[in-house]
Design a protein. Structure first.
Ligand code: SF4
Length: 442
């Protein structure tokens, strides 16, 4: 049963150091009781207190790690049902399916293409789920070894055949693969395997009731790192199961469901598959396994993931650093904008399309857009002067003319005064940059 904030408070050191991120021990105790923090955030708590509070104060969803070193993926450790209540912490891992009958080398070559940068953000497909379609344990083992040696992917080993599973896991145990899956007929043997090689274990039930029962049996055997699969494959049922698991874990502290989850897509068409995966990503899969491994179909899913797992209270920002677009020269124009990512990348795209090599100087406005920053006094003559100075713009160009976004033309006078630069008023919308650049700089 969950502990109250006061019961937790009694066991805390009561030093009010703030090291846990809360101003007082009482505030921290309340947060732990509400599932919004965990005891390990207090570096001063005694082992004895930790034991006393035990599982009752553990985070509602356990943090489980799959992979090792640069392939490691962290799953779970979520505290919210809704992102706007706080934030989601550990992005859903995206896994692509590879069969051991596939041309594994070619698949891995393609997998490398699934890691790339876009609009200043790093996109990555995190895992490979390897199936034992060949029924041949040596082939399964060889494919697992090739994936570990030739990719930066964390591995999921999928096999019903215990001998094949053991031969593969023995070969790649150091990479901490996720073993899929313990079911009612084989859970003892699969758990023993996971424990022998210290790997996380997926548990698959036929429905939620069986899943809860299985998890209880497996945890009694001492296996702690689990990933849950309700066994459903139809979109609406998977969504219902994932939601129920999350609700029971976060709101009711139902321990058998306090683990990350895995979902498999069932659609054959790649686009339908990605839409299905988008549903699972939204609520609440920790891993999604897809058959498609095409960059263009995974990109929307990964973009959605980027959006969902940002902190809604913090605008996404770029560094306030002058960026040269194209082969700049000392005559190149200097565009001023703000460091709100969306604004910056729209401006960058338009400057690039104008084909006039230019500098873009994103002023630090705490990630707010042009008009918001202006209204808050964050985009002003002084902040522009500071950005010009910090980026040593005078040494980069042989003129002293900057281009202000048209919406803040009102800042022209104060900017000239604060910076000593001449101001040219640019277009109001970024879409006008090409025309503006051609008229003024072509
Ligand atoms: S870190 Fe520990 S001692 Fe310090 S305020 Fe938080 S709970 Fe109290």
């Amino acid at each position: 049963m969950a502990l109250t904030g006061l019961e937790i408070f009694k066991q805390l050191p009561k030093k009010n150091t703030g090291d846990c991120g809360f101003p007082t021990c009482l505030a921290f105790a309340m947060a732990v009781a509400a599932g919004k923090s965990s005891l390990d955030k207090c570096p001063h708590i005694t082992e004895e207190a930790k034991e006393t509070l035990g599982a009752a104060a553990a985070p509602p969803i356990k943090l489980v790690k799959v992979g090792a070193g640069n392939t490691e993926v962290e799953l779970g450790d979520e505290t919210e049902l809704f992102r706007h209540d706080k934030r989601f912490f550990h992005p859903t891992a995206i896994a692509v399916l590879i069969k051991d009958t596939d041309d594994v080398a070619a698949k891995l070559e393609n997998f490398k293409e699934l890691e790339f940068d876009r609009v200043g953000l790093h996109y990555r497909t995190d895992m490979v789920a390897l199936t034992n379609d060949s029924g041949d344990s040596s082939k399964f083992k060889a494919a697992a070894e090739a994936i570990v040696a030739g990719s930066k992917a964390a591995l999921i080993l999928i096999s019903e055949d215990l001998a094949a599973m053991e031969s593969a896991v023995a070969a790649v145990a150091g990479s901490k693969p996720l073993l899929y899956a313990a079911e009612s007929h084989n859970y003892e043997a699969m758990t023993a395997l996971a424990q022998k090689y210290q790997c996380p274990l997926a548990v698959k039930g036929e429905g939620l009731a069986e899943l809860a029962e299985l998890v209880e049996k497996i945890t009694k055997l001492g296996q702690k790192d689990l990933v849950l699969d309700s066994g459903s494959r139809a979109t609406s049922q998977v969504l219902a199961d994932l939601t129920q698991i999350r609700r029971l874990a976060v709101k009711k502290r139902f321990r058998p469901f306090g683990y990350p989850t895995i979902a498999f897509t069932s659609k054959e068409d790649a686009l339908e598959e990605v839409v299905q995966a988008g549903v699972y990503l939204s609520k609440y899969a920790s891993i999604i396994v897809l058959k498609t491994d095409k960059k263009e179909t995974l990109l929307p899913l990964e973009s959605w993931r980027q959006n969902l797992f940002t902190d809604p209270q913090k605008p996404i920002q770029v560094e306030s650093k002058a960026v040269a677009v194209g082969e700049v020269t000392p005559e190149s124009p200097v565009y001023i904008t703000t460091n709100f990512s969306l604004t910056y990348y729209i401006v960058e795209g338009e400057v690039e399309s104008s084909k006039v090599p230019s500098y873009i100087l994103p002023v630090n406005t705490d990630g707010t857009s042009v008009l918001t920053a202006w209204a808050a006094g964050k985009l002003a003559g002084e902040s522009i002067a500071k950005a010009l100075k910090e980026n040593d713009m005078e040494s980069k160009v042989n003129h002293k003319t900057l281009i202000l976004p048209g919406y803040v033309a009102v800042l022209s006078g104060s900017t000239e005064e604060a910076t000593g630069w001449n101001v040219k008023v640019g277009p109001r919308e970024a879409s006008g940059i090409t025309k503006f650049a051609k008229e003024n700089y072509a």
